[in-house]
Each structure stands twice: as C-alpha cells, then as structure tokens.
Design a protein. Structure first.
Length: 121
C-alpha cells in the first residue's frame, strides 16, 4: 500500500478513491480489509465470552425489538447478548416484545427470590 493510504480502521475504507488505485494496490487494500474484519470479529468474540460471566441481566424494548443484555455493576460494563424480533409485531406495534420482556422479568424476579438476593444494597 502506498504511504498516503493508511487503513487503521474499517471506516478509513470510505476515504479511498478506488478509481485512482492500481491493481496491485487494490489487492493490498482488500488484504488489509480482511485483516481488519478478522480483528473486529475476534474482539467481538472476546467481548461475548466476557459477557457470559456478568452476574446481572437486563431486559428492554427498543422499537419492536426485545433486547437482552448482561452487565456487571462492579466495573460498569455491559454487553447486548440478544436482540430478537417477534414476527407478530407489525406496523410499529411491540405487543409480543413487551409480553416476552415481562416473561423474562418475572423469571428473573422468581430466581432472585429463590436465591434470597438482597435488594436494599
């Protein structure tokens, strides 16, 4: 790759003038893009494994999507673990996403009662 063409992140790809690139440079750019994608996927996998150890679960509804996340209050870190859309939620309605969120919250509440989690701290 030429010295003026630096690819540090995937967003740098948007600044490339693909018409001005020569054939050899194009293949180098493609190789670098593949490397950046592999790095990004690897860091996402590490974050997903890290999130499995988080002790708390949160549930939210964003539009018609049910979003489940895991978080840790000790180090203020969180990771979205699941995003799901129920096919029955149409025309901007989120009735099934809400019903699923309530079901998850009830299960979480029940397990907290069984474990005797102190809610006052």
């Amino acid at each position: 790759m030429s010295k003026e063409l630096k690819l540090e992140t995937l967003s740098d790809v948007l600044n490339i003038d693909e018409v001005a690139l020569k054939t050899g440079e194009k293949s180098e750019v493609i190789k670098r893009i593949k490397q950046l994608l592999k790095e990004e996927n690897k860091s996402a996998e590490v974050s997903d494994k890290e999130a499995e150890g988080y002790p708390y679960t949160g549930v939210s509804i964003v539009g018609n999507k049910l979003v489940v996340l895991k978080f840790d209050l000790a180090d203020n870190s969180a990771r979205v673990t699941e995003v799901s859309v129920d096919g029955r939620d149409r025309r901007g309605k989120n009735i099934m996403a809400t019903a699923n969120a309530i079901t998850i919250i009830k299960k979480l509440h029940k397990t907290q009662i069984e474990q005797g989690v102190d809610n006052e701290s």
